[in-house]
Design a protein around this ligand. Structure first.
Ligand code: NDP
Length: 308
C-alpha cells in the first residue's frame, strides 16, 4: 500500500514526516515518483491525473489537497475510486481571516482611500458602524459558517443563503432560488463562498447585481467562474456595485492587460484567501485513511453527481 503526494514539495516533506511516524507501513511518494503504480492506494493532490484507472489499478481514494473539487470532472474519477475534499481547521481559520479583512476593507472604504492616496487627495467619507451594515454569505458550508462567526463578533448584521435549509444563531437564513431575491435585497456586502457547480457557474451576474441594494460591495472567494466578469465591470460603472474584492478570477493568473488589474473599484489577490495548513491537514488525512480502512464514511466525501 502506498500514498502518492502531488503538489508543493515543502508541504509534501511535512506530510511525509508526519506519515512516517503515524503510518510507517504506508510508503509515501512525491509525484512524479510513484513507486510501484500497482501498489498506489491513495493519491493526495490538486491537479487531475489522466487515466487514473489504467495507471493505478489499486487506487481507492483521490484526496483533494484543497477544499474545492471543481477541477475534477466526474468522468476523471473511476467508479472504484472515492473523491474526498479537504476539510481541515487551517483552511477555515485562514478563510475567516480573509473574509473579515475584505469585509472591513469594503465597510471602511479602503479602496477609495488607496485611490485617493495615489492621487494625493485627502477626503473623508462618512463612517458607519458595523451594526449599520448587513453582510450576506452565499454558501453556508464549512467556510461560510466560519466566516459568519468572525463577522458576527464585529457586530455586522448577518444573512446567509444556502441550497438546503440552515438555522444558524444570529444569521437570517434564506434557502434556494425562491428566496435568493429576498436575501440579496438586504445585503450591503455580498460574499460568494459557493462551490463551483453547473448550478452556481455565472451566478454573480447582472441579474443578481440588480437585486442588491444600490452601491453594494462584493467579495468573491468561491471560484472565478462564479462571476460574469463583464457584468461586474458594468455594475461598477453604473454604481450598482461600488467596490469588489476578488481572490479568484476566471483565468488564473489574471492575464496581463485584463481590466481588473487597474480598475479603481477592484481589489485583487492571487487566490490566497485560504490555504491548506500542512500540519492540521495531515491529521485529517490520517483520520480519513483510518476511516477508509475501517469502512467508515470519510470526512469530505464528495457526491460526484452533486459536484461538491
Ligand atoms: P462546503 O461544501 O462545506 O459548503 C458549500 C455550501 O454551498 C453548502 O452549504 C451548500 O449547500 C452550498 N451550496 C452548494 N450549491 C448551492 C447552490 N446551488 N445554491 C445555494 N447553496 C449552494 O464547501 P466549503 O465551505 O468548504 O467551500 C466552499 C467553496 O469555497 C469551495 O468549493 C471553493 O470553491 C471555495 N474555496 C476557495 C478558496 C480560496 O482560497 N479562494 C479556498 C477554499 C475553498 P448544502 O448545505 O445544501 O450542501
Amino acid at each position: 500500500m502506498s500514498i502518492v503526494f502531488q503538489g508543493d514539495a515543502a508541504r509534501g516533506r511535512i506530510w511525509q514526516d508526519i506519515f512516517a511516524e503515524a503510518e510507517p507501513d504506508l510508503s509515501f511518494h512525491h509525484w512524479p515518483d510513484v513507486g510501484d503504480p500497482e501498489a498506489v492506494t491513495y493519491i493526495v493532490g490538486w491537479k487531475p491525473i489522466p487515466d487514473l484507472a489504467a495507471r493505478f489499478p489499486a487506487l481507492k481514494v483521490m484526496f483533494s489537497s484543497g477544499a474545492g473539487v471543481d477541477q475534477f470532472a466526474p468522468h476523471m474519477i473511476p467508479d472504484s475510486v472515492s473523491l474526498v475534499r479537504m476539510i481541515e481547521p487551517g483552511i477555515a481559520a485562514t478563510m475567516a481571516e480573509y473574509v473579515t479583512l475584505a469585509t472591513l476593507l469594503l465597510h471602511r472604504n479602503f479602496k477609495a482611500y488607496a485611490n485617493q492616496q495615489a492621487e494625493g487627495r485627502w477626503e473623508q467619507i462618512r463612517v458607519y458602524p458595523a451594526t449599520a451594515r448587513t453582510v450576506g454569505v452565499m454558501g453556508l458550508g464549512n467556510l461560510g459558517q466560519a466566516a459568519l462567526t468572525q463577522l458576527g463578533h464585529l457586530g455586522f448584521k448577518l444573512r446567509g443563503w444556502n441550497r438546503s435549509p440552515r438555522a444558524l444563531d444570529g444569521v437570517e437564513c434564506f434557502t434556494g432560488p425562491a428566496e435568493l431575491g429576498s436575501f440579496l435585497s438586504g445585503c450591503d456586502i455580498l460574499i460568494c463562498m459557493l462551490p463551483l457547480t453547473d448550478e452556481t457557474r455565472g451566478i454573480l451576474s447582472a441579474s443578481l447585481f440588480v437585486q442588491l441594494p444600490q452601491g453594494a460591495g462584493l467579495i468573491n472567494v468561491g471560484r472565478g467562474a462564479h462571476l460574469v466578469e463583464p457584468d461586474l465591470l458594468a455594475a461598477l460603472e453604473s454604481g450598482q456595485v461600488t467596490s469588489a474584492v476578488l481572490d479568484v478570477t476566471d483565468v488564473e493568473p489574471l492575464p496581463p492587460g485584463h481590466p481588473f488589474w487597474t480598475h479603481p473599484g477592484i481589489t485583487l489577490t492571487p487566490h490566497i484567501a485560504s490555504m491548506t495548513q500542512p500540519e492540521t491537514a495531515a491529521r485529517v488525512l490520517l483520520d480519513n485513511i483510518r476511516r477508509h480502512r475501517d469502512g467508515e464514511t470519510m470526512i469530505g466525501l464528495v457526491d460526484l453527481g452533486r459536484g461538491y
